[in-house]
Ligand binder design. Structure first.
Ligand code: GLN
Length: 307
């Protein structure tokens, strides 16, 4: 076994020895039936090497890890100035599904809370089908393989998504949502229901690490400037109301999802994907955070670490 894979195996083993704290998301049955013991990690270097350990073949829904990547697609399609008229940049310090808009502008605080993500999704051009296909194809280009929709998760998200629909109508009432609320939410529910593995998350993160060029396919998915902005919002807002502590303790731009995945980026070097379903109160995977924190401190990955 190569030394990188061996060290990924070792970090999983250390954390697998501790019973997982946290609770598997249970707002829909498809997420509640995830195995709490599933545990996997992957690393994708900017040079195109991918290393995997644990249950790395397990597929799970991308959920909120999709948000910075869809934001990058919106920036690529519309430019920063137009996107910024609809969604802001400030950490909200509030839960991911908070009913919250910036005073004065009426924009959601940032694109990584649900309100901001639904607005961002609404900006992707085309009718509903074209817009979702642009998102699916764009996230697939980040991952370097075709991502598919989990129909059952999508249907459950849509059936239970009244709070997200409320955010859709709220942002519509403020004039920042770019399409009808039900339609924007439907595209957003599909976006959250795309299936990924940890290696997909690592390659998606690795694409941001490489300035928007997929390290496997060598395709330029977004411009370096867009990748830089996506990383900036991940660094400031990616872990919701844990974002500040995350930056202090781990120091890597990252994004979590309630499916149990986290994608993290060391710019210029590599992307990481970690998967473990049990979540803390903020909706972040407990074991995935612990793995990333350990890797950051053992390997000195904090982006602001002294040289
Ligand atoms: N589908 C979830 C929601 O919109 C995604 C949230 C998340 O992953 N944090 O509520």
């Amino acid at each position: 076994m190569d030394p990188v894979t061996a060290s990924l195996e070792a970090v999983l083993q250390r954390h697998a020895a501790v019973p997982p704290r946290g609770v598997v998301a249970d707002y829909i049955p498809e997420l509640a039936c995830a195995d709490p013991d599933d545990f996997a990690v992957a690393m994708a270097s900017v040079h195109g090497s991918v290393y995997r350990a644990g249950d790395h073949e397990r597929e799970f829904t991308i959920q909120s890890v999709s948000k910075p990547f869809v934001y990058a697609l919106a920036l690529a399609d519309l430019g920063l100035d137009e996107v910024a008229e609809h969604v802001g940049f400030e950490p909200s310090g509030e839960p991911f599904n908070a009913i919250s808009l910036e005073p004065g502008t009426g924009r959601p605080a940032n694109p990584l809370i649900n309100a901001g993500a639904i607005v961002t999704t609404s900006l992707i051009p085309g009718d509903a089908a074209q817009s979702f296909e642009r998102i699916r194809a764009g996230l697939s280009a980040f991952a370097g393989r075709e991502l598919e929709l989990n129909e059952a998760v999508y249907r459950s998200e849509a059936a239970t998504g009244d709070r997200n629909r409320a955010l859709g109508f709220l942002t519509l009432s403020q004039g920042v949502l770019a399409r009808p609320a039900e339609e924007a939410c439907d595209i957003y529910f599909r976006q959250c229901s795309l299936m990924v593995t940890v290696a997909d998350l690592a390659v998606m993160a690795g694409t941001l690490a490489r300035g928007g060029v997929n390290p496997l396919t060598r395709t330029a998915v977004v411009d370096p400037e867009v990748a830089k902005i996506a990383l900036s919002v991940m660094a400031t807002c990616g872990m919701y109301d844990r974002s500040g502590e995350w930056m202090v303790r781990v120091g890597l731009p990252a994004k979590s999802g309630v499916g149990g995945g986290i994608a993290a980026v060391l710019p210029g070097e590599f992307g990481l994907g970690v998967y473990s379903p049990p979540l803390d109160a903020q909706g972040n995977s407990v074991r995935a955070m612990a793995v990333l924190q350990e890797m950051s401190s053992r390997l000195g990955l904090h982006v602001f670490a002294p040289p």
